[in-house]
Design a protein around this ligand. Structure first.
Ligand code: NAD
Length: 438
């Protein structure tokens, strides 16, 4: 199969590289010339574990290439995937589909022979039909079908998720397009990973419903955590006891500082917006959005409280700023709410992040960046763990406490326990959904 992948971001690049590893011929396209120049030099513009090696291997084997020339990439392709961004539209919470429709127009002009145009981007209901109309209008002679193929990979584990998915979802209305999609995903079905075929609308809805459900599960345990804090229960034990119930499952039950990232905030917002437009309010999702915002703000109070009500003039060491470990993605990270509030409150913030530093630097003005957790803690008044990178999971807490001006920790990922903190000589330790140690 010859595949053109439009957009080489977190989804497009991983999908393109993995499809080439399946044995397909893949050309990845981006309109950002700097990205293409990097990729052509063999450099990966994002941080995703294992991506550099897999990319190099498939480039070497001649199955993977990069270009800014969409027309050349699309001509002769069996399938063209649209993997461009669908961020929240300014002002109304809807998904901004400008990039999707612009890509569809460009693709339409470049089609030669029968092609399946596949939307991999997360798009609201009706978008694929609109993509079809855009292509038909731009190029009335084009021979094509559209398919919806939402992506479920997680940043930080993207290659494994793509290669070993729980399922692949494909929405389409044509047997000819199904044959093409069957060929593309055959390597997975041979290994028994199921492909769910459905119609366009259901495929679009599956993606939003899945993300909103996961966001709800996280927010549910975060709200339970807040009640645990008030009542003396321990949310880690509560989550463990809940998660062992096969109907519930133990995933996405880790209490933390609120969900963030490139998908949950924008997709819950877009789903709520879709509900309003169709006069079927998504009340649960709307509440989840509101509660998640409150949870993020509650984290600021937690740190302030730990510092006797004010961080003014205090030095705060922030460990991790990305929305989760193993990515450099800063989109909607809780750090973007919490860190500016600390800087605004007069704190001197020293931060460290294994991969997020470059991306975060321009988003978090006033922050002083250091190379490791101990340098961050030197003479600090409080340490805040915001992202549970491996680098922060086995810290020498005694060494850290000794370096600090006042040894206090806000562990917003429940990496350690009050007992660990006390044993290491911390004078105060707060976490999520558990008793404080002061
Ligand atoms: P991204 O912003 O990292 O990448 C999008 C890329 O598309 C950019 O490099 C941009 O330059 C390029 N682009 C935009 N218009 C173009 C055009 N006309 N021609 C060529 N290139 C163009 O976005 P992402 O995180 O990869 O997300 C892409 C889509 O996948 C979104 O809809 C997102 O919701 C969805 N998704 C993302 C994830 C994730 O973890 N990031 C997971 C599942 C689904």
């Amino acid at each position: 199969m010859r595949i053109a992948m439009i957009g080489t971001g977190y989804v497009g690049l991983v999908s393109g590289v993995c499809f080439s590893d399946f044995g397909h011929d893949v050309v990845c396209v981006d309109k950002d010339p700097d990205k293409i120049a990097m990729l052509e030099r063999g450099e990966v513009p994002i941080y995703e574990p294992g991506l550099d090696d897999l990319m190099a291997k498939n480039v070497r084997d001649g199955r993977l290439s990069f270009t800014g020339d969409l027309k050349a990439a699309v001509a002769g392709a069996d399938a063209v995937f649209i993997a461009v961004g669908t961020p929240t539209r300014r002002g109304d919470g809807h998904a901004d589909l400008t990039y999707v429709y612009a890509a569809a127009e460009e693709i339409a002009d470049a089609l030669t022979g029968y092609t399946v145009v596949v939307t991999k981007s997360t798009v609201p209901l009706g978008t694929n039909r609109q993509v079809k109309r855009v292509i038909r209008k731009t190029n009335p002679d084009a021979e094509f079908d559209v398919a919806s193929n939402p992506e479920f990979l997680r940043e930080g584990a993207a290659i494994d998720d793509f290669m070993r998915p729980d399922r692949v979802v494909v929405g389409l209305h044509s047997d000819r397009a199904k044959d093409v999609m069957d060929d593309i995903y055959r390597p997975l079905s041979l290994r028994d990973f199921p492909v769910v075929y459905t119609d366009l609308e259901s495929a679009e809805m599956i993606k939003y419903a899945a993300n909103a459900f996961l966001a709800t599960k996280i927010t549910f345990i975060n709200e339970i955590a807040a009640l645990c804090e008030r009542t003396g229960a321990d949310v880690k034990d509560v989550a463990k006891g809940m998660g062992m119930d096969g109907r519930i499952g133990d995933k996405f039950l880790h209490a933390g500082p609120g969900y963030g990232g490139s998908c949950f905030p924008k997709d819950t917002s877009a789903l709520a917006r879709m509900g309003q437009e169709h006069a079927v309010p998504m009340q649960i999702t709307e509440t989840v959005i509101k509660v998640n915002d409150e949870i993020k703000r509650r984290m600021i109070d937690k740190v302030m409280d730990l510092c006797d009500g004010s961080v003014n003039g205090k030095t705060v060491a922030v460990l991790g700023v990305t929305f989760k470990p193993n990515t450099d993605d800063m989109r909607d990270a809780p750090a973007l709410t919490i860190v500016p509030a600390l800087v605004g409150g007069g704190a001197k913030v020293r931060a460290v992040d294994p991969q997020g530093h470059r991306e975060a630097e321009h988003l978090l003005p006033g922050v002083h960046w250091v190379e490791d957790a101990y340098k961050a803690a030197h003479n600090a008044d409080v340490v805040v763990i915001l992202t549970e990178w491996n680098e922060f999971r086995a810290l020498d807490l005694k060494r850290m406490a000794r370096k600090m001006n006042t040894a206090r920790m806000a562990d917003l990922r429940n990496v350690y326990s009050p007992k660990d903190a006390k044993r290491a000589g911390f004078q105060a330790y707060v976490s999520i959904g558990r008793k404080d140690m002061r």
